[in-house]
Design a protein around this ligand. Sequence first.
Ligand SMILES: [Zn+2]
Length: 48
Amino acid sequence: MNCPDCSQDLPFPETQHIGSISICENCGAEVEITSLDPLMGRAIEEMK
Ligand SMILES: [Zn+2]
């Protein structure tokens, strides 16, 4: 899948499951997996 923020390809680990978090190497966004089939995720915005 692609990063919701910058559309770069996200490298997810093989042990993907709902709730897994991947960090985009391009923009640093934290992306939480929300669906496995199809693989989908959403960016987690830090609360400040
Ligand atoms: Zn990104």
